[in-house]
Design a protein around this ligand. Structure first.
Ligand SMILES: Nc1nc2c(c(=O)[nH]1)N[C@H]1C(S)=C(S)[C@@H](COP(=O)(O)OP(=O)(O)OC[C@H]3O[C@@H](n4cnc5c(=O)[nH]c(N)nc54)[C@H](O)[C@@H]3O)O[C@H]1N2
Ligand SMILES: Nc1nc2c(c(=O)[nH]1)N[C@H]1C(S)=C(S)[C@@H](COP(=O)(O)OP(=O)(O)OC[C@H]3O[C@@H](n4cnc5c(=O)[nH]c(N)nc54)[C@H](O)[C@@H]3O)O[C@H]1N2
Ligand code: SF4
Ligand SMILES: [Mo]
Length: 798
């Protein structure tokens, strides 16, 4: 098979509207076919697409993967990370024993010693400071059963509101945009909508690099007989944007102004579905009034894009009959995140384009299992989309768990991650357990994070599969079994649930997070009202069984989604009930939304201030099944550019790496494709600063700086782009902190979703050295473009 690091999307298989996306079987094996002993069904955990795959096993080791052609998500395809990323499991530096800090250094210990250290400290902190001193920070990359165990431990066992996931950095805004508009989380659409749409609107979503198989599906339509029209909103000329009919390269942080102008154009030209609006929504008059204040010229001024392009985009959106919109980090991590994401919902709603084939909005997920963090209540909501302000919901949860309702904290919303770290900083939280995330690289303002985690007052437990920048700061490190070494379920961005079966044993003494959490609950003696174990399970399947029972009757009903059903069918989309045992393709086909006061997941917020609505106010204007149109005015970003910091930094991803590179730096093909940090500048800004391609450049913000070679392309003038993948674990001097993008970002979050702002930071640049002198060779991670000065010799592949 072709090298998928350069041939990222593989061969085109064009298809027309309403045809089935042709299958294409992608595979990568490190042994001859006939040496494979078993194929174990799973799905890829290297993005939210959740492509169905089988893991090849020989001699007790993984030896390859193949996409499943019958899988509804990928029809056999796999992208670069899916094909090559699994090799990290076998890297020689996996954590294989627990580590416990003694005399300032982390030293190997047995599980008994490590777990005793964790539980002794938990009990001591609980006795001295109570449950509010205990916190848990989890992931979007574990399995549903593991999150559900964490939710039970924290919310019912310990009784602390301080449990959140790194999903806060990722898709908290997706979750809240869905709740604000439709009353509940849950992606309304299906990937099959892409097969029939005639218009695609991608807002802040570089799908070509971040969900390569989904982009293959879109590309096959775009290169097929009746090409949908494509509008892309992104400050950079990404591979996605280069396929667009209209690319709106707006200034970072101005999404609301642009989206308001698009809405205004739609309303002004009467390209709206009045009958749908009257029957199925509330709030239209206010939306019309607010957006009327955003004529194309005004938005053009704010966003720095031609007014004619805005009008052209609105014409495309307003004349198509089947609109699929997608939203991701260019919105969620930008200024006014939830306000902007909701305006994309509004575009689909005013067009009446939801709940029908080809008509939907994807408030996209990023991490493979983020949806499960949300559904199980491990992320700052209650499980099963229960509403923390609704006493009947809390009682239902307490009954299911057989605990007193008062044991489940619900006097205020569950604590969001950024607030958890603030409490650690000021000392009210004394115990923090981090699982499956590497915040010492991924959180904003890293010098602050290092200081918080490094503080003696905080007892830090970190569960990971590798040594990371975060495990280096821990008091106890627990070695985790990874994907392929444990069993569990997870749900992708179009509600498709896959069961991922254990294929091989974990290395050394590594254990699944699930087993470790059960052990913790047992040692902590966490019990229900009758003194029975709160987590009465020994296998993930039992936890799953309890979780799906809890969802019965809720919008995310999965009550018929058993392991057996998943084994038989492969991927199944929820809701999956006795009445719909094969799953449900799209939500809201009856245009009845879960906004009724008794049903909704939250009463919602003011999009600008973040003020929480209470039950009485909500009930007084109960939308009762109608979608809610919420308007918002544009506000300028909070850290504007000025003379000292004249450029805007935006950060994000590249196709070959996954986050903090714990996996992809250990996969030879992926690491070779993008071995080094770089920054991207517009040629005009570079010329202004006397910078040539490959020169070493210092990028500085008010909080820190980084040094990397410059690449002249990509962003619009005035914008600098830095990938956030490069931390310090594989650097010669891990204590030299000038490589990670998050040295520059700041501690600010969206008022509604509480998602940090990673995409708008004021910076300046200076040249440090000429390419010829100090500039390192840059291998940029973009398909089709090869090494910039000087070319690298080809590396041997294992
Ligand atoms: N290869 C790869 N794929 C991944 C991941 C990975 O690490 N590597 N991570 C996964 C995860 S967890 C996530 S969350 C997703 C993220 O997937 P994406 O959201 O597609 O990725 P990003 O690069 O973070 O941001 C998308 C785009 O937002 C643009 N942008 C920046 N500021 C603004 C703005 O103000 N407005 C607009 N409209 N656009 C702006 C950037 O130029 C960038 O191209 O990717 C998933 N897939
Ligand atoms: N500047 C900037 N910062 C960003 C972003 C950005 O666009 N710009 N994006 C944000 C987003 S969207 C995201 S999702 C985050 C991602 O940030 P992180 O979650 O910090 O990134 P990962 O590298 O995926 O970290 C996951 C960790 O879990 C470990 N792990 C893998 N499998 C398992 C398992 O089964 N059990 C356990 N216990 N551990 C496991 C991995 O080895 C790894 O260390 O970064 C955020 N930070
Ligand atoms: S698109 Fe995402 S889920 Fe599919 S193979 Fe690539 S990384 Fe894996
Ligand atoms: Mo993410």
């Amino acid at each position: 098979m072709a090298d998928r690091t350069t041939d990222v999307w593989g061969a085109r298989t064009p298809y027309g509207a309403g045809d089935r996306w042709p299958p294409r079987g992608d595979r990568y094996l490190t042994v001859p076919d006939d040496e494979v002993e078993r194929w174990v069904p799973s799905a890829c955990v290297l993005c939210s697409n959740g492509c169905g795959l089988d893991i090849a096993v020989a001699g007790g080791r993984m030896v390859g993967v193949r996409g499943r052609e019958g899988d509804r998500v990928n029809h056999g395809r796999l992208g670069p990370k899916g094909l090559y990323g699994w090799q990290a499991n076998h890297s020689g530096d996996r954590l294989t024993r627990p580590l416990v800090r003694a005399d300032g250094a982390l030293r190997p210990a047995d599980w008994e010693t490590a777990m005793r250290a964790v539980t002794d400290r938990s009990k001591a902190v609980l006795a001295a400071h109570g449950p509010l001193a205990m916190a848990f920070y989890t992931s979007g990359q574990l399995f549903a059963e593991e999150y559900y165990a964490q939710a039970l431990i924290a919310r019912a066992g310990i009784g602390t509101p301080h449990l959140d996931g790194n999903t806060r950095l990722c898709t908290a805004t997706a979750e809240w945009a869905l709740i604000e508009s439709f009353g509940s989380d849950g992606a309304p659409g299906s990937y099959t909508d892409i097969d029939v749409c005639d218009t695609l609107l991608l807002v802040g979503h570089n799908v070509a690099e971040t969900q390569t198989v989904l982009w293959s599906r879109m590309l096959d339509r775009l290169h097929g007989p009746d090409r949908p029209r494509l509008v892309v909103v992104d400050p950079r000329a990404t591979p996605t944007a280069r396929e667009a009919d209209v690319h709106l390269a707006l200034r970072p942080g101005t999404n609301v102004a642009l989206l308001n102008a698009l809405l205004h154009e739609l309303i002004d030209h009467d390209r709206i579905d009045r009958a749908f609006l009257d029957a199925h929504t509330v709030g239209f008059p206010d939306l019309a009034e607010v957006t009327a204040q955003y004529p194309a010229e005004k938005a053009a001024d704010i966003c720095g894009v031609p007014a004619d392009d805005i009008r052209a985009a609105a014409r495309i959106i307003g004349t198509g009959q089947r609109l699929v919109s997608t939203v991701l980090q260019g919105v969620y991590q930008s200024h006014q995140a939830t306000a902007a994401a909701v305006q994309v919902n509004n575009i689909n709603l005013v067009r009446g384009m939801i709940g029908r084939p080809g008509c939907t909005v994807f408030q996209m997920n990023g991490q493979p299992t983020a949806e499960n963090t949300r559904e199980t209540g491990a992320d700052g909501t209650l499980p099963a989309y229960f509403n923390w302000q609704n006493d009947a919901h809390v009682q239902q949860l307490a009954d299911a768990w057989n605990v007193d309702a008062l044991q489940i904290p619900h006097w205020s919303p569950p604590t969001h991650a950024m607030e958890i770290f603030r409490h650690c900083e000021n000392g009210s939280i004394r115990f923090l357990w981090i699982t499956g995330t590497n915040p010492a690289v991924s959180l904003p303002e890293l010098h602050r994070i290092r200081a918080i985690y490094g503080s003696d007052r905080l007892f830090l437990v970190v569960s990971d599969a590798f040594p990371t920048e975060t495990t280096a700061l821990a008091d106890v490190v627990l070695p985790a079994a990874m994907w392929g070494e444990k069993t569990g379920c997870f749900t992708n961005a179009d509600r498709t649930v896959h069961l991922s079966e254990r294929a091989v044993d974990p290395p050394g003494e590594a254990r699944s997070d699930f087993d470790v959490l059960l052990d913790y609950a047992r040692r902590m003696d966490l019990t229900d009202r009758d003194g029975r174990p709160l987590l009465p399970w020994s296998r993930p399947e039992e936890a799953w069984h309890d979780f799906i029972a809890l969802t019965k009757g809720r919008p995310c009903d999965q009550s018929a989604l058993t392991y057996d059903a998943l084994r038989n069918a492969g991927g199944i989309q929820w809701p999956c009930t006795d009445r719909a045992p094969d799953g449900t393709e799209r939500l809201y086909t009856d245009h009845l939304f879960p906004t009724a006061a008794d049903r909704c997941e939250d009463y919602g917020h003011d999009l600008t201030t973040g003020a929480q609505k209470d039950a009485d106010t909500y009930r007084a204007h109960d939308p009762d099944g109608r979608a809610v149109l919420k308007a918002a005015h544009y506000l300028p970003p909070h850290e504007p550019v000025d003379e000292r910091y004249p450029l805007q930094l935006t950060t994000g991803r590249t196709v070959h790496h996954w986050h903090t590179r714990t996996k992809t730096a250990r996969s030879p093909q992926l690491q070779d494709a993008a071995p080094e940090m770089w920054i991207e500048l517009h040629p005009e800004d570079a010329a202004h600063a006397g910078i040539a391609e490959g020169d070493l450049v210092r990028v500085a913000s008010r909080r820190g700086d980084l040094v990397a070679p410059a690449l002249l392309r990509g962003p619009r003038p005035g914008v600098v782009f830095a990938p956030f993948h490069y931390g310090y674990f594989d650097q010669a001097d891990p204590d030299r902190h000038n490589r990670a993008a998050n040295e520059l970002t700041r501690t600010e979050w969206d008022p509604v979703s509480k998602q940090p702002v990673y995409k708008v930071t004021a910076v300046r640049i200076v040249k440090v050295a000429d390419a010829a002198v100090g500039g390192r060779p840059v291998v940029i991670s973009e398909p089709g473009l090869s090494a910039v000065a000087p070319p690298q010799p080809p590396k041997e592949r294992p």
